[in-house]
Design a protein around this ligand. Structure first.
Ligand code: GLU
Ligand code: ZN
Length: 295
């Protein structure tokens, strides 16, 4: 295990923690602690339309009830906006961005695949006003992405993400920029997160390259799905987690991560249960778990 492991869990406070997000928290916590590393908590709350402060409090309280302890105070993205602005300006000055005035309906009409913008405004040379969106000009090149579980794959950036928005027309900074900046400035070495974010990884690597940041190692964790095979999310009303008698839930999640918890672990306190899991953690079991992502 490399020295100086720094991991993180980065929930978006757009609803309560659910089984899926708790699984990611658990995987990233166990991997970090088993490596003797730090584990940071970051609140991804820059999307003010979706995020609420009360969910941020609720998420932190729930994590504590489940026995999680993080290093240092939680990092709150909404308090770091000037930092993201600074990198946004640098990218703009370096010529990597362009202004886009497409309306939402135009953008949809221009989609070549489900969500890829066709670059209508790419060569229009529009001025960077505060009321237009600012897009990243993506190279026509391939991006290699490595994942400890999914292996190494090549993605064609124009096909998988298109020219993404880094600054929305309402001024909001995009998730991609904030996450890349924070992972780098916090010197995160390992990102364990849900497999739903695997398709977002190539463009994040590309951005890391432009900002001259090192890339962390990635391990995308299989998603918790409902009985219909759909990813659990706030949108499909994933049940809120119990805040008492948390042992059985954690035991169930450990099994999902490929562990075989001893039955008597569930009588332990939340902290002790996590301690046992750290002692028995074996990343390679998780890495062998089947690929659930449909491509
Ligand atoms: N905040 C993101 C989410 O909850 C995760 C960000 C990340 O792990 O890169 O989906
Ligand atoms: Zn446009």
């Amino acid at each position: 295990m490399p020295a100086g492991y720094i991991g993180r869990f980065a929930p978006s406070p757009s609803g309560p923690l659910h089984m899926g997000s708790l699984l990611t928290a658990l995987a990233s916590f166990l991997d970090a602690r088993a490596a003797g590393g730090q584990w940071l908590l970051r609140i991804d709350d820059i999307d003010h339309q979706r995020c609420r402060p009360q969910w941020s409090t609720h998420i932190q309280e729930t994590l504590q009830r489940y026995g999680f302890r993080w290093d240092g105070p939680a990092l709150v993205q909404s308090q770091r906006l000037p930092l993201y602005q600074q990198y946004l300006q640098q990218l703009r000055e370096a010529g990597y961005l362009y202004a886009c005035t497409c309306s939402r309906s135009q953008r949809t009409a221009q989609h070549t695949a489900q969500r890829v913008y066709a670059g209508v405004c790419r060569n229009r040379g529009l001025p960077f006003t505060s009321t237009c969106s600012w897009r990243l000009r993506l190279d026509d090149t391939a991006q290699w992405v490595s994942d400890l579980r999914l292996g190494t794959q090549q993605f064609l950036l124009p096909e998988c993400s298109g020219d993404i928005i880094l600054r929305r027309r309402d001024g909001a900074i995009a998730y991609h920029l904030a996450t890349v900046v924070d992972d780098a400035l916090c010197q995160v070495t390992h990102v364990l997160r849900g497999e739903d974010l695997w398709p977002e990884t190539p463009v994040q690597l590309f951005l890391q390259g432009l900002c001259q940041f090192p890339s962390p190692q990635y391990l995308h964790v299989p998603l918790v799905t409902d009985t219909h095979g759909r990813k659990l999310s706030k949108q499909n009303h994933a049940q809120a987690l119990p805040t008492h008698h948390t042992g059985p839930v954690v035991m169930q999640l450990l099994t999902r991560l490929g562990m075989v918890p001893e039955p008597d672990w569930q009588d332990l306190s939340p902290e002790q249960l996590l301690q046992q899991a750290v002692i028995h953690w074996d990343r390679s079991t998780l890495c062998r778990m089947i690929n659930t992502q449909r491509r």
